[in-house]
Design a protein around this ligand. Sequence first.
Ligand code: ARG
Length: 438
Amino acid sequence: MGRLLPELERFSSSLEVDFELYPYDIAGSLAHARGLASAGLLKPTQLKAIERGLRRVRRELDAGELKFRESDEDIHTVVERRLTEITPAGAMLHTGRSRNDQVALDLRLYSRDAASELITTVAELVDALASRAAQHAAWLMPGYTHLQRAQPVTVGHHLLAHAEPLLRDAERFRHAYEAADEMPLGSGALAGTTLPLQRERVAKELGFQRLTANSIDAVADRDFALDLVYACLATAIHLSRLGEDVVLWATAEFGFVRLADEIATGSSLMPQKKNPDIAELLRGRAGRPIGSLVALATILKGLPLAYDRDLQEDKPAVFAAVDSVLDSLRAAQLLVAHLEFDRDRLAAATSDTSLLATDAAEALVAAGTPFRKAHEEVGRTVRAGKLQVPWNAEASLRKRDTPGAPNPRRVAARATAVRREAARLRQWSKTHPPPLPT
Ligand code: ARG
């Protein structure tokens, strides 16, 4: 075959983006080569030469020594081209394999790693939130609905309200990991192979739980990437809501937190300003994974089975979502660790008795008044400025003692349980995925 026009080579190249996949490409190639050898398709000497060659390509890539060529279309061609320069046995490596199942494999290996790293990083932020929550389990603050002061809660309860969604995000990443955990090699371009490939052996070598069940689906499917990006998006949304709370709390109007110098920025013009840029960026960065999900869904929609080159566009979307959310999670952890709550301002904001109007209505209910009537009666006294409640916000919180309620004892207990959960997640990530072949 002749060569593509140079401008079109540049247009179709994905090397700049999929370069990131090289550790997976090489691990996948090692496993594939060993599979070929055990199927009798490579001689032991050829396998040795390929293994040695792939390790050398890996070292060259690690060291940034490998020179790319105009004709290097993607990372898969680079690895194979270089290997073949090192050893003639390199020409045997692509036996029974297509770049279609190869790229599906690489992206699955990447996705397992990314999901696991995201779980660790989510767990670290959860732990930071829960440890701050434990310190502030009994610190009063007004809880809000419609951004209007509603009822007393505690700072610890509110911080844990940001930790809980992140625990759910960790579950979403677990699911994305499971979705990626299927081995596609052996699917060939789309129709499998006539050669006796040992798919189970290759899957075992790469630590996959399952084999893909259909060779067409195996090269066409990017659901696992959608799952990963969606989990990133959900996490980013949660971080944006945390960021927004910090932005509000740091205003003079709220005054609930002071931003330590380590987490605040100044204004280039106004000398008195201390700005919550980090929290604002947690809000603003959510745009990236949202964009990635839209991009990926758009690429996949209506795409005929099996592989189409459109699928090459999956990687910029996936990598951007993963990188941006990992970055934001780490920034959020530092932000949370450095927040300084103003106990007096928080208590003052909670001291208004009208925040106890619901308590007053519930006291009437406990004495036998139907709730609707109690609501009306208390509403009238509040409007007349005559609400008397014989207990304060602290006492109100002690009485709020159902599971999930902001009773400080329950908040402290939940903080401990959340920290335990975070430790369990980190532990899981240490053993997933299993180490790749070298
Ligand atoms: N660079 C391609 C991608 O990322 C690899 C697969 C190419 N396959 C092909 N038939 N052109 O999707």
